[in-house]
Design a protein around this ligand. Structure first.
Ligand code: BG6
Ligand code: MG
Length: 211
């Protein structure tokens, strides 16, 4: 029995995964660190700092805490420049159709994102009102693959984890959802084909048949 669907944001509801990748590339080029889309795939769902630490581990250089903080800030500034250009047209019609269809079926809807920019992005693309709850990176101490953000979303919705389906493009997010006791659906990214997923979606509208 499914009472709720909890969506990851970046790479599921919007294509901000591309903007994250492009912003990391600005940094890695500057630092001479080779960085590919496949490497970004392994960072899907991780917090800004955890992602940066993984990227810097690819370099032979050592970085001071102050340098790491400055690089994180620089990446976020580059990312926000792209986010500022986002508008409602960036949401695929399929996403809006799916959210409306799930609502009609009586499902509760939430966002569970590691991003500290989640609220801003949802406002920019005019999706905020589609959700009954939003849990994001500013509300938790531990980011994915820890289940905290999904547990927070479930708590805000007033449902038990087993009653909610989490939709993710990141393997780290699937791990988080699994460990939290949620049902899981993979949607692209490095989540696709993962054994951690109960369902593997190629289109978001498939959710309408699952619930
Ligand atoms: C996740 C993305 O949703 O949010 C990661 O998949 C990103 O790539 C993380 O690093 C943190 O985002 P932000 O916006 O707080 O830097
Ligand atoms: Mg994602």
């Amino acid at each position: 029995m499914k009472k709720a669907v909890i969506f990851d944001l970046d790479g599921v509801l919007v294509h901000t995964d591309r903007y994250h990748y492009d912003s990391w590339c600005l940094l890695t080029r500057q630092l001479g660190i080779p960085f590919t889309p496949a490497q970004y795939d392994t960072l899907r769902g991780l917090s800004r700092m955890d992602s940066l630490e993984r990227i810097l581990a690819l370099s032979s250089r050592q970085f001071t805490r102050a340098e790491v903080e400055a690089l994180a800030e620089e990446k976020n500034e580059a990312y926000l420049k792209r986010v500022e250009q986002m508008g409602p047209a960036e949401v695929e019609p399929e996403v809006r159709r799916t959210l409306a269809g799930l609502r009609e079926k009586g499902l509760l809807l939430a966002v569970g994102s590691s991003s500290k920019n989640a609220q801003l992005i949802l406002r920019r693309v005019e999706l905020t009102d589609c959700f009954d709850a939003i849990a994001d990176g500013s509300m938790v101490r531990r980011a994915k693959p820890d289940p905290e953000v999904f547990l927070k979303a479930a708590q805000l919705l007033g449902v038990a984890p087993a009653e909610a389906l989490v939709v993710e493009d990141g393997a780290a997010g699937l791990r988080a959802a699994r460990d939290g006791g949620f049902q899981t659906a993979a949607f692209g990214g490095d989540a696709a084909g993962s054994p951690l997923a109960d369902y593997d979606l190629t289109r978001l509208t498939q959710l309408l048949e699952l619930v």
